[in-house]
Design a protein around this ligand. Structure first.
Ligand code: NAD
Ligand code: MG
Ligand code: MG
Ligand code: MG
Ligand code: MG
Ligand code: MG
Length: 339
């Protein structure tokens, strides 16, 4: 089994006297900055003027420009959107790095795919919580934490691993457990998971099920309940007790259907397609296409996003969720943009 690091394994002294710049104050940024501060670290946030800047100020954290924060800090944690990182790094961070500083990420994308080539005189590592930023913050406030990965890419001070673990502890990760990986492994598995299973695989599976029922003449509202709404209950059971725990709770009829029909739907062809998706991630093709898509201002991303938000499963779902007060909309901007 892989070694898991907990609070007691961490030498937090390596962070004392060091100033940490958290660059970006979005999902991860706000959680890291506030957790670090409450763990006693010396934190400054660097972000562009606007919503995030104002939020940081009203949360009571020291906030300034990206360049100024990077200039002051010994440890620079880059929590900008992955597709913005190269530009901001080149223009505002790179020239502020001093020998012996640490350049840190929460995802290996830009370093692994050579979009950011760090100077040879800084430590480079990643600390990646395995959960969204708001959970990183909420669990920390509850006295717990979200498990995290760390990886050392470059160690010039001889302290990079200790620093990564101390950082992970300060954001609450070592309360839940921290696992060691590499930039390559973290980047490729993160991309594969979100594409093949968590986001891409799941939305395509749900849509295909919904469309199959609706095209066969069933009411879209029932199709929505069966193929989307009930997912949460099933996923919660799997999260708590694995597939066996989920199967224990469902009826034996549902379990028999799971056994005989599941492999007919997600069959050997699907696994072949997953291997192709993984190959494109490993070869850098996926990264290259996404970088180019951003360079031309996202024509495909925007077109697909508009088309998807008008799919019948979304229009039916919006109406049904309004009738279910216990399903509270969490993303106000999504609700607003759909109106
Ligand atoms: P986000 O989009 O929520 O926040 C980005 C922040 O950067 C915002 O404060 C925004 O104002 C700021 N920003 C954007 N462009 C900027 C610019 N040009 N100059 C200055 N500031 C700018 O991003 P996020 O989801 O927190 O992701 C940050 C990093 O964390 C990424 O590397 C991502 O892969 C990683 N990560 C995210 C999650 C997650 O659940 N969201 C989980 C693990 C790792
Ligand atoms: Mg998004
Ligand atoms: Mg992920
Ligand atoms: Mg990801
Ligand atoms: Mg049922
Ligand atoms: Mg059962």
């Amino acid at each position: 089994m892989v070694k898991v690091y907990y609070n007691g394994d961490v030498n937090e002294e390596v962070l004392s006297g060091k100033k940490i710049a958290v660059i970006g104050y979005g999902s991860q940024g706000h959680a890291h900055a506030l957790n670090l501060k409450e763990s006693g670290a010396d934190v400054v946030v660097g972000v562009r003027k606007g919503k995030s800047f104002n939020k940081a100020a009203s949360d009571g954290v020291e906030v300034t420009t990206v360049k100024e924060a990077a200039a002051q800090a010994d440890v620079v944690m880059v929590l900008l959107p992955d597709e913005q990182q190269q530009k901001v790094y080149e223009e505002e961070i790179k020239d502020q790095l001093q020998p012996g500083n640490a350049l840190v990420f929460a995802h290996g994308f830009n370093v692994h795919f050579n979009q950011i080539v760090p100077p040879e005189f800084v430590d480079v590592f990643l600390v990646a919580p395995k959960g969204p930023g708001h959970l990183v913050r909420r669990t920390f406030e509850d006295g717990a934490g979200v498990p995290a990965l760390f990886a050392v890419y470059q160690d010039v001070t001889g302290q990079a691993k200790d620093l990564a673990l101390a950082y992970a502890k300060a954001i609450g990760g070592a309360r839940a457990g921290v696992l060691e990986t590499t930039f390559k492994e973290e980047t490729e598995t993160d991309l594969f998971g979100e594409q093949a299973v968590l986001c891409g695989g799941l939305t395509s599976l749900v849509k295909a099920g919904f469309e199959t029922l609706v095209e066969a003449g069933y009411q879209p509202e029932l199709a929505y309940f069966e193929c989307l709404h009930e997912l949460k209950l099933i996923v919660d059971l799997m999260y708590e007790d694995g597939m066996a725990g989920m199967r224990y709770s469902i009826s034996d009829t549902a379990q028999w259907g799971d056994f005989v029909s599941g492999p007919r739907v997600v069959d050997a062809r699907v696994k072949e397609s997953m291997k192709e998706v993984l190959n494109d991630i490993q070869s850098g093709k996926f990264a290259k296409d996404w970088i180019v898509e951003n360079q031309v201002n996202r024509p495909q991303f925007n077109a697909i996003n508009n088309r998807e938000s008008e799919h019948q499963i979304e229009t039916v779902g919006r109406k049904l969720r309004e009738m279910m007060p216990f399903v509270k909309p969490k993303r106000k901007e999504v609700v607003a943009s759909a109106k």
